[in-house]
Design a protein around this ligand. Structure first.
Ligand code: ADP
Ligand code: MG
Length: 340
């Protein structure tokens, strides 16, 4: 790359280098969705996704191994949830720092595996393989999650339609603010709020049950891993539509409301920060009764946060508009997490 040239971002890399290798398999979905959906028999599809967590990028060196295990499984199961898939197994690859002492290695492994055991239980998944290597670099964790889906009931990013309502599960922004608390970037935060935010950063809950209930109801679905604006943009570009979201409709936890009351500029982190692992989805306005029922059944807030419109020429670069209570456009400078 020439001097001063900007590195391509991860999506440009995937589109340019990897998508051509996936072109022959329709189930790869152009490497543009949350997971691949492969036809294995007439009545079942195999859904596969993989995600890596790197020390110093996705977690901090002193994060407890128990919660790291939960997070690794959760980020993978979250992608299956976004496809409406039922998980059943996963593989695990670990690159463990050679610099660790034997004691540190054993302590870490026992904590990590206790965390995995706990995280496996509720979604009913089992470890079925993996790889274990040493590295001169930082700790690096990869899991590949496997699930199934009924043909025709899988959820895609590409189904959003003009006139749809945009919904978000749970609350937004807690994880991004939790990371700021861990980095001492929110001095003076109420300790109870701080703990709640850190918990959401360290222990996301994959919305597997919600994904399974959304088949036949949701049109376009993604999980919020890179930030609401970025992940909703992915739905918009896959569907050829635009979205408008309203800041005063956003579902916020008490802790996030408290933090924003002290510093309203942190709204940009709430909108663009990642790691929530909630589902963002679109559905026809008539689906609101069904969605209300699902929300009650799962005891999980499902909040309308905006709407989908037809794409117009001239809007190409901005697929998601964010407006405040007075209808003024809010600038989301940080368009989501960038690796490069
Ligand atoms: P998510 O945030 O939902 O985990 P990513 O942003 O990591 O998804 O990836 C976007 C898409 O690109 C996914 O379909 C993923 O499978 C694919 N992808 C990412 N990296 C690679 C790679 N190195 N080779 C093949 N496909 C990839
Ligand atoms: Mg995803």
């Amino acid at each position: 790359m020439g001097k001063g040239a900007k590195s391509p971002n991860e999506f440009e890399i995937i589109a340019r280098y990897f998508a051509p290798l996936a072109a022959r398999e329709p189930g790869a979905l152009g490497l543009l969705d949350d997971a691949a959906v492969l036809a294995i028999s007439a009545d079942r599809k195999l859904v596969i996704t993989t995600d890596t967590l790197v020390e110093g990028i996705h977690f901090m060196g002193d994060d407890p191994p128990e919660s790291l295990a939960g997070k690794l499984l959760a980020v993978n199961l979250s992608d299956l949830a976004a496809m409406g898939s039922e998980p059943f197994a996963y593989t695990l690859s670990l690159a463990l720092p050679k610099a660790w002492s034997p004691q540190r290695l054993e302590d870490w492994l026992s904590g990590f595996c206790a965390g995995l055991r706990k995280a496996q239980e509720q979604p009913g998944v089992t470890l079925v393989g993996g790889d274990t290597v040493g590295t001169p670099g930082p700790l690096c964790l990869t899991a590949t999650a496997l699930g199934t889906a009924e043909p025709g009931r899988e959820l895609l990013r590409s189904g959003a339609l003009p006139g749809d309502v945009v919904y978000l599960s749970g609350t937004l922004g807690d994880a991004a603010l939790g990371l700021r608390v861990l980095r001492n970037q929110l001095p003076g935060v109420d300790p109870t709020d701080g703990e709640a935010l850190i918990r959401r950063y360290r222990m996301p809950e994959p919305r597997v049950a919600l994904g399974l209930r959304l088949a036949g109801i949701a049109h376009g679905v993604a999980d919020v891993s890179d930030g609401l604006v970025a992940d909703l943009s992915h739905i918009c570009s896959a569907s050829g539509v635009l979205a408008t979201i309203h800041t005063d409709w956003l579902p916020l936890s008490k802790a996030t409301v408290d933090v924003l009351a002290r510093d309203p500029t942190l709204l940009a982190s709430v909108l663009a920060g990642g790691d929530d692992y909630e589902l963002v989805f679109t559905a026809a306005p008539e689906a609101s009764v069904d969605i209300g029922r699902i929300s009650r059944d799962l005891a999980l807030p499902l909040t309308a946060i905006g709407r989908i419109d037809a794409a117009e020429p001239g809007h190409r670069n901005q697929l998601v508009r964010v407006v405040d209570a007075l209808g003024r456009e809010v600038d989301v400078i940080d368009g989501g997490f960038r690796h490069f």
